[in-house]
Design a binder for this molecule. Structure first.
Ligand code: SF4
Length: 544
């Protein structure tokens, strides 16, 4: 992060909030106008100008949690905690714990909803005790994408590439042959992306790992950060070898506190093993990685908004082109990859592209981490062969909750179009899901069983995008607000028929005139519900 946001984070850590006098002193010290600092403070949701309550309970209001009864849970929690002095309850956007929906956090530490009352009592007595709430044992599961049988073998792929002087071209060709694509949502071919950045002549170059997954239903990178951070860091070091970078940054959402701690330990280990540091890429060829903690906001998952934030500006997406591979961080060539994508690089280079491709099924290539939430018995992160059907995935999770039939599926996070429940035969793969009219997106499958209110859930998704719009484009800023107003009435059964006719037009306007993907898809999930569940939707738009 740049000097200003880092300083703001430190000040808030020290005093609990940002005091006017401190902001003035910071402006003078850094020689920047106060309005610039105020502009950052007002943009990023993590910063606060008022003292925090003694205990702050954050409850997720987004789609997976809403499906798990989050709205009622919120109301009950507010009622139960109303009389507890110093406790404040706040509804927030997705906190990336959809597997334990309805998700909650106390003083930014994730907790299980069932334990909320007891934990609030404990935190009320000693707020610092909340820090210990989520400390769990070190993970010991073995994942199919980890090529190492023991800790001692870690970073062996990087060492072997260095030892035999593997060429950048060879590594890029292997990635291209493997068919690896970006796992953050866009699915851009990884080998091609690396090649573009490698060919740029400007120096220095940067590598940024985007660990800011924030879309409702999406939490699979959290698992990689927690259990396989060494693979992600090794992927970054190999990328540095290829493109010629000396500095890498992991940009992580601030809600991932426990995972950040695990990542910091992994960084220490990588330095001890020589995979980071002054000779990481060969004699006198340094490479190191630092952690940048997001000051909040879903929009920072958009790559150019993330770069703006790293440069101490408001996280508003840039117009493209130029793309970050050409002019990214500080105007320099920058490779941006997702956590999961980078974690697959070591195994592909160790086993070869054919072995990787053969791990997929039904013509798809490789493995995929999927975050599964909603009405299933065991929500969580599953690693499956790419091409696994949605039905097979749900079976791995013990089937649907109480064995209910599936009503609808969002196969790729909140921004993906909802499919009818009979799409359980759809393979989880980029092409196959596109052919069904949806997308693999971030690898987040939300299952809605019969009895779920699909109109309410789709309206909730639009509200999420309204809440998270950065406000730069008028169509997105105003259009999402208008859509939410129309949909709130519909959820109550008082929707206007005129509005129902207007929604596709509004969605098209946003798709054509918004700068970034948020505005472009903000209303699309609701339109997919209009198409698939026409009767249910019409029944909610009854007024003239
Ligand atoms: Fe911001 Fe929305 Fe425009 Fe994206 S589309 S830049 S979120 S206003």
């Amino acid at each position: 992060m740049g000097a200003i946001i880092d300083a703001l984070t430190e000040l808030q850590h020290e005093h609990g909030h940002l005091r006017s006098g401190d902001l003035e002193a910071l402006a003078a010290r850094l020689g920047v106008p106060l309005y610039r600092i105020e502009g950052l403070v007002s943009f990023y949701p993590h910063f606060r100008r008022e003292p925090p309550p003694r205990v702050e309970v954050a409850l997720c209001r987004d789609v997976s949690c809403r499906l798990a009864g989050g709205r009622d849970f919120c109301a009950r929690a507010r009622q139960a905690l109303a009389s507890v002095p110093g406790v404040s309850v706040r509804e927030v956007s997705c906190i990336g714990r959809c597997d334990t929906a309805p998700a909650a956090a106390i003083n930014e530490h994730p907790v299980h909803a069932a334990d909320l009352a007891a934990l609030v009592a404990r935190a009320s007595e000693a707020p610092a005790a909340a820090a210990a709430i989520t400390e769990g044992p070190a993970p010991t599961r073995r994942w199919a994408s980890d090529p190492y049988g023991s800790e001692d073998e870690r970073y062996g792929v990087l060492a072997s590439l260095r030892a035999r002087g593997a060429s950048a071209e060879e590594i890029i060709q292997t990635l291209k042959d493997s068919g690896l694509r970006g796992m953050g949502g866009a699915g851009f071919p990884t080998g091609l992306k690396w090649e573009v950045v490698r060919k740029e002549p400007a120096r220095p170059k940067y590598i940024v790992c985007n660990a800011d997954e924030s879309e409702p239903g999406t939490f699979k990178d959290r698992l990689v950060l927690d259990e396989l951070p060494h693979l992600m860091l090794e992927g970054m070091a190999i990328a540095a070898l290829v493109i010629g970078a000396e500095e890498g940054i992991v940009f992580i959402r601030h809600e991932y506190g426990p995972e950040r701690a695990r990542l910091a330990r992994a960084l220490d280990e990588a330095r001890r093993r020589g995979a980071l540091g002054k000779d990481a890429l060969g004699k006198d060829r340094p490479f190191d990685v630092r952690i940048a903690v997001s000051p909040g906001g879903y929009i920072l998952g958009e790559e150019t908004a993330l770069l703006e934030c790293l440069e101490d500006r408001r996280g508003e997406p840039r117009n493209k082109p130029p793309y970050p591979g050409q002019r990214g961080l500080y105007g320099q060539p920058t490779l941006l990859n997702n956590v999961e994508t980078l974690s697959y690089v070591p195994i592909i280079l160790k086993e070869g592209p054919e072995a990787w491709k053969a791990r997929g099924v039904r013509g798809a290539t490789g493995l995929k981490f999927i975050a599964l939430s909603g009405d299933v018995e065991r929500p969580g992160v599953y690693q499956v062969p790419m091409g696994t059907t949605i039905g097979e995935l749900v079976a791995l999770a013990g089937g649907t909750r109480d064995g209910k039939p599936i009503l609808a599926i969002a196969p790729g996070g909140a921004s993906s179009n909802f499919l009818h429940g009979d799409a359980v035969d759809a393979p989880l793969d980029f092409k196959a899901l596109a052919e069904r009219g949806s997308m693999l997106g971030s690898g987040a499958v939300l299952v809605v069983a019969e009895g779920g209110d699909i109109v309410d859930l789709a309206a909730n998704v639009v509200a999420f995008f309204r809440n998270e719009s950065c406000g730069k484009c008028v169509p997105c800023r105003v259009g999402t607000e208008k859509a939410v107003t129309m949909l709130e009435r519909a959820v109550e059964g008082r929707g206007s028929k005129r509005h129902l006719a207007l929604l596709p037009e509004l969605a098209e306007t946003l798709a054509e005139t918004s700068i970034c993907g948020l505005g472009q898809v903000a209303i699309a999930p609701f339109l997919s519900v209009m198409r698939t569940f026409e009767g249910e939707v019409r029944a909610r738009f009854t007024e003239e």
